[in-house]
Design a protein around this ligand. Structure first.
Ligand code: GRF
Length: 221
């Protein structure tokens, strides 16, 4: 019996990753309790999803704060008051300050729709298509002060096809995001994550087969 981890989720938009966390928790395969969802955007659809599932929400509009520190201070207060242990950034479009990470040391995760350290930042599905990479994917990592840096917990790889545009690639990546984010949280809940510098190890995972992926497929080589 795994003790449920108390999570707080930071969102700005659609919240499909949040929905995946909700669904897996409700199905009982993710040992997490969503204590609070905080949005900086009062119109985020993620808030609507919370209403449907009876999840408490807070809106902290960054435009009402004089500094990043003041904004982050409010987030910290709300998350602490809700008893949050692990903070999940899920499509949260604000950069957090050092104070925030000091309040939740190695207890903030982020999901990014590329294979970090390639393509950090914004609009990365478009950048991946334009660059011409043959694979992209998504990364769950511990968040720290830098943007999209921090020790990597899980990555999932998807092919990029000749006919892809940013939207079709984003949709393919998003499907994988919805699998690896709950899995990363479950590893955390089970106390299986070990961190040594930048290297994260998950205790007792089965090793994936050493089959290389090629895209396009090889013709007999
Ligand atoms: C996802 O692609 C996530 O990786 C990125 O923003 C998007 C958010 O999607 N950080 P959603 O709000 O979870 O639907």
């Amino acid at each position: 019996m795994v003790k449920k981890v108390s999570i707080g989720v930071l969102v700005s938009g659609s919240g499909s990753n949040l929905q995946s966390l909700i669904d897996h928790s409700e199905q009982g395969v993710l040992d997490a309790e969503i204590r609070i969802v905080v949005s900086n955007n009062p119109h985020a659809f993620a808030l609507e999803r919370c209403r449907k599932h009876g999840i408490p929400t807070a809106v902290v509009d960054h435009r009402e704060f004089v500094s990043r520190e003041a904004f982050d201070g409010r987030l910290i207060d709300i998350l602490k008051a809700a008893g949050v242990e692990l903070v999940l950034m899920a499509g949260f479009m604000r950069v957090l300050s050092r104070d925030f990470f000091r309040s939740f040391p190695m207890r903030v995760m982020n999901i990014h729709p590329a294979l970090l350290p390639a393509f950090p930042g914004m609009h990365v599905q478009r950048k991946a298509v334009e660059y011409g990479v043959k694979f992209s994917g998504c990364t769950v990592h511990f968040a720290e002060e830098g943007v999209d840096t921090g020790p990597i917990i899980i990555q999932a790889v998807v092919p990029v096809y000749d006919e892809d545009d940013a939207e079709s690639l984003a949709a393919r990546i998003l499907k994988q995001e919805h699998r690896i984010y709950p899995q990363a949280v479950q590893f955390y809940a089970e106390g299986r994550i070990e961190c040594e510098g930048r290297r994260v190890r998950i205790r007792n995972t089965s090793r994936m087969a050493e089959n290389a992926l090629q895209n396009p497929s090889l013709t007999g080589f």
